[in-house]
Design a protein around this ligand. Structure first.
Ligand SMILES: [Fe+2]
Length: 281
């Protein structure tokens, strides 16, 4: 297994895309780990396979899925989950992460991360599926808090209560996306620190830092197309004070930066985490 203290790679990783591979092959700067999307590699051979083989010999890898649709109505796909387990085993990955959302229904894939209704029924449905996925993959599952722009009808719980209940009932862990917490707070008229604090921070095993941009109406959209904002860095400090040392990943996968610019963000995250842990920030 990878070097892990809490079930995953340690330090500050970066999410990388195919466009980064040429730079990665030449990279000499510190890279603690790489976050990869399994959907880009499952069932693929050729140059994708060669990239994967090259990367895994140099860096620990975390696998972050986007298509599980863990709260959706469609049956889990045993063929996909078997292939996913094969990839996780091959890469010696300790945990698997995806999003607490739905992204497909009745056979249609929406290629978007959509919010679940914040109801007790949805808690039971999602939690049961998370437990099943964890059993099939034979490793702990981390679920990310998504950015949501509208509340599904019928909700009786807050976002924090919903995420907490699903993770408690499924015994899963939190992939805390700090930028999504900020976006949700602003878009829904809440205080960012209160939004962060309402999430089950004690279950945090990894943090994501990304970016957002306002639409013409001023709604903040989860975008991953720029540097981490000062507001997200401030909330990151709050999160580290609560969570302690934790695995962190930078998400910048639109308006793709050079690897150097991406690694500058990882260096800054490492510096801020260390300063916060030392109590000087
Ligand atoms: Fe994220």
């Amino acid at each position: 297994m990878n070097d892990c203290t809490r079930g995953g790679p340690t330090g500050v990783g970066v999410g990388v895309r195919f466009e980064h591979w040429a730079e990665l092959e030449r990279a000499s700067r510190r890279i603690d780990w790489l976050e990869l999307i399994p959907e880009n590699f499952i069932g693929q051979g050729g140059w994708r396979r060669r990239m994967l083989d090259g990367a895994r010999t140099r860096w620990p890898i975390a696998v972050h899925g986007v298509s599980l649709s863990i709260g959706g109505p469609d049956a889990l796909d045993p063929g996909y989950l078997a292939a996913l387990k094969g990839l996780l085993d091959e890469l010696e990955v300790a945990t698997y992460s995806d999003h607490l959302c739905w992204s497909s229904a009745f056979g249609t894939q929406y290629f978007d991360l959509l919010p679940l209704p914040f109801t007790e029924e949805a808690v039971r449905w999602a939690a049961g599926r998370v437990r099943r996925v964890s059993e099939l993959l034979e490793r702990p599952v981390l679920l990310e808090n998504i950015a949501y722009y509208a509340k599904m009808p019928g909700g009786t719980l807050s976002e924090g209560e919903f995420v907490s209940a699903v993770l408690a009932e499924s015994d899963a862990f939190l992939l805390l996306d700090v930028s999504n917490a900020y976006v949700n707070a602003i878009n829904h008229g809440h205080d960012p620190i209160e939004t962060l604090s309402a999430l089950p921070l004690e279950r945090t095993r990894q943090i994501h830092l990304g970016s957002y941009e306002p639409d013409p109406q001023g709604v903040l959209l989860d975008h991953h197309g720029a540097r981490v904002s000062s507001e997200s860095w401030a909330l990151f400090r709050q999160a580290i004070r609560r969570v302690g040392e934790v695995s962190v990943s930078i998400e910048w996968d639109a308006n793709l930066p050079s690897l150097d610019r991406l690694l500058d963000q990882a260096d800054l995250a490492r510096q801020i985490m260390n300063e916060t842990l030392a109590g000087v920030a």
